[in-house]
Design a binder for this molecule. Structure first.
Ligand code: GDD
Length: 316
């Protein structure tokens, strides 16, 4: 079987490549942009196939898909950091929505019958009221950031291509995930790296934070990529699935858990630059549709994921 992972050099993409190689019997292909950083896949570089492509360019996208002829496409490449989407909304929407459109058009025009997984996001739910929890796939989509809007665009484009052309598309709405290799702009990795830097004496014992009242539903990335794979093995074409732990943690609790893993006495300071024009207050999902369809359940406890993130930064 041939698998194409867009975003293979990124956090989830590199873990998905690891997972495919561990399973065996899978030829792993990935696309990279000129000058992409490849540190996340250096350990497997001789076991995967990398092709140069920019998904914003329809010609380049069509050429690589035609060359690879994948059975499965996992579409993970994206501008994935919410704050960047306020600073660069055009770039975020173009990369996320037009990049996906170029994949769909390439697959359609080549006439490939491959399965396509779309890594959509819980950020699409955005404004969720207390009486709407836990969030099922039928909750209204009320995105609160350009990033959230771009993911609604990707999600609904997937629905439309399934309906219009019967393309074999499965949408996953992944809730927050963390683990080793997570870039240090995302909250768990950000806090963990600050702690590791303080322990190494690289900075004073001060931790900068944003909105600690927000609540998020966290899954370890290794459980998340297993779910992505299962979504194409067992998921129903045209369907959308939440993938989450069904528990939520206040970011304040995440901070306290990480601080408790260190011996350092650290002062916590709010950095106003880390506050967002509108932050999603709570995300806590209902995963029953996906569990029923695939038998998936998360195996790595959140505390372990946090410990692994901290160890990752301590060893860097
Ligand atoms: N990054 C960051 N840094 N976030 C902070 C900080 C900080 O210092 N302090 C508090 N937060 C809060 C944010 O305001 C937000 O409420 C929460 O921590 C999580 O922030 P992120 O880790 O940046 O993730 P996100 O929830 O905005 O988005 C992530 O999850 C989505 C799925 O729900 C990303 O991984 C998205 O790509 C993904 O789609």
């Amino acid at each position: 079987m041939r698998v194409l992972i867009t975003g293979i050099t990124g956090f989830a993409g590199s873990h998905l490549a690891d997972y495919c190689l561990e399973r065996g019997g899978i030829e792993v292909y990935g696309i990279v942009r000129w000058r992409s950083r490849t540190e996340n896949i250096e350990h497997i570089e001789d076991r995967i196939n990398l092709l140069e492509c920019d998904l914003r360019d329809a010609t380049s996208t069509r050429e690589v898909i035609e060359e690879i002829h994948p059975d499965y496409i996992f579409h993970l490449a994206a501008q994935s950091f919410v704050p960047t989407s306020w600073k660069a909304p055009t770039e975020s929407l173009t990369t996320n929505v037009i990049g996906e459109l170029n994949i769909f058009e390439a697959v359609r025009k080549i006439g490939l019958g491959c399965r396509i997984q779309l890594a959509c996001s819980s950020e699409e739910y955005g404004m969720v009221y207390e009486n709407e929890l836990p969030i099922t796939e039928d909750n209204p989509l009320r995105p609160l950031s350009p990033y959230g809007v771009s993911k609604v665009g990707q999600d609904l484009l997937g629905y439309q291509y399934f309906m219009s052309y019967k393309m074999d598309i499965v949408r996953t709405r992944g809730f927050n995930h963390t683990g080793p290799r997570r870039p240090p702009v995302f909250v768990c990795s950000d806090f963990a790296k600050q702690i590791a830097d303080i322990e190494k004496g690289l900075r004073p014992p001060e931790m900068y934070v944003g909105n600690l009242d927000a609540k998020r539903d966290f899954t370890d990335v290794r459980d998340m990529v297993r779910a992505y794979f299962l979504s194409l093995e067992k998921g129903k074409s045209g369907q959308v699935y939440n993938i989450c732990s069904e528990k939520s943690w206040a970011i304040r609790e995440v901070l306290d858990m990480l601080l408790a893993m260190s011996q350092e006495k650290i002062e916590v300071k709010v950095d106003k630059a880390r506050l967002r024009p509108s932050d999603v207050a709570i995300l806590q999902g209902d995963c029953s549709r996906f569990k029923k369809c695939t038998g998936w359940k998360p195996e790595i406890p959140f505390e372990q994921a946090l410990r692994d993130v901290l160890e990752f930064w301590r060893n860097r």
